[in-house]
Write a protein that binds this ligand. Sequence first.
Ligand SMILES: [Zn+2]
Ligand SMILES: [Zn+2]
Length: 129
Amino acid sequence: MRTGGCCCGAVRFETTGEPTKVTYCHCSKCRRWHGHVGAYAAVERSTFRLVEERGLAWFTLNPKVRRGFCAECGSSLLWDEDGDTHIAICAGVFDAPSGLTSKAHIFVASKGDYYELPEDGLLRLDAFK
Ligand SMILES: [Zn+2]
Ligand SMILES: [Zn+2]
């Protein structure tokens, strides 16, 4: 069982699922929404449960995707794509120890011009997967 939530506690979740490895998304939308690169680990939807959701609000990115955040403290939390078997959780909102490991940098062609990609040995992909 893993748990996590926002800064203020108005959104809390738990999951019994095994999260995917973390992907770091460098696209411009993730950088704006997170303030920098987006880091995500996904779990099977059936294993994900909101324990507290009074602060949960959604930003509709496009007709298929919405981003979940805490309306009380502003924490970025979820990436929810219509029809996907998994829901993506922002890696930084898991409680420690998260047990998460890293997999890849994605949308690296869209990365910001103010930093270099780290020499961390992870996959580097121009799109998703
Ligand atoms: Zn909050
Ligand atoms: Zn992105």
